[in-house]
Design a protein around this ligand. Sequence first.
Ligand code: SAM
Ligand code: SF4
Ligand code: FES
Length: 356
Amino acid sequence: MNFTEALEAALNRQRPSAEWLVPLLEAQGEEEHRLFCAADSLRSEQMGQAVHLRGLVEFSNHCRKNCRYCGLRRENLKLSRYRLTRQEIVEAAVWAEQIGYKTVVLQSGEDLYYSADSMADIIREIKSRTELAITLSLGERDEITYSRWKEAGADRYLLRIETTDEKIFRNVHPDDELHQRKQCLLVLKELGYQLGSGILVGLPGQDAWSLAGDVVWMHKLGVEMIGIGPFIPHPETPLKHERGGTLSQALRLVAVLRLVFPFAHIPATTAMGSLDPSGREKALQAGANVMMPNITPARVRQLYELYPNKICLDEDAGHCYACAASRIASLNRTIGTDRGDVVKAPRCRSPRDGAP
Ligand code: SAM
Ligand code: SF4
Ligand code: FES
């Protein structure tokens, strides 16, 4: 299928298949521009001009895992490790609400120091002191733990699948099984979390066909938030000599995802802003509608070093909020005034789709 036919298939809401996803994911030049424009128009039509801000607290850089792309992997002995106390996490959330955030994202390495119960206490305290929506991004845990956190008041969970290609997944995740990660996402969905997943773009061996498989899989799962990060090689990891992902690859995937998931929340991610000072603005013009500024206390920010040249390491939470606000205003967009929960709009399908 050529690019024009593929874009037409997307705009007609055909069921996603590699046949039309691949030509879009490989678009270059003028065609790439047309892809971004189509995604931006659909975002504007379905999600409006609001950009939702989620304040990100990176509360621990301890990790039991050894993902081969990540600077927090347990074998990176050069990294000084930190944990925020319950009080520090809660205070960061309370401050976030005072600055203007409606959502706080609590993220960490896979750190069992924060047990099911201790994390539930933190969630409950934030819920009792604020009106914030709480998103968790704490990796793979068991069903009882996920359910305890849901009962405590957590609203959303982000767990990127990273890749659905079995071979690539195994190569970069020495501790993980793809089916296990998929199972975690199914459990989270059944428990009633607003469900986020996503892809790391530019992993060794990944191509447009592999990314198309990821899109098809996320569509079947019915994810509601989708985070796309270009992989940025970290010098203290086994993948340090890899090329990594490019901003263009990541932007094309964002645009394709907007076309496939008109109502999803799709962030302009920090990794995009780290590859290009305007990376996040470019994503917001290619289908994205969310930003996740950092609200981690400044004294530990440098230590959440997933990849080199990460932005926002020396700023404080107030500065990042103001910075994000001005970037949004520069695009004539507005800051979302509600919590930005998932949109459960009915999916309209074209008669050509053939879906029952
Ligand atoms: N530990 C949890 C997990 O893995 O889901 C949450 C924190 S983890 C640091 C959050 C995300 O960081 C991962 O899903 C991964 O996609 C991203 N990440 C890790 N290393 C990266 C790198 N070198 N470049 C870009 N993104 C990276
Ligand atoms: Fe740990 Fe998450 Fe990094 Fe993997 S990606 S090493 S689980 S922090
Ligand atoms: Fe942190 Fe711009 S968002 S300095």
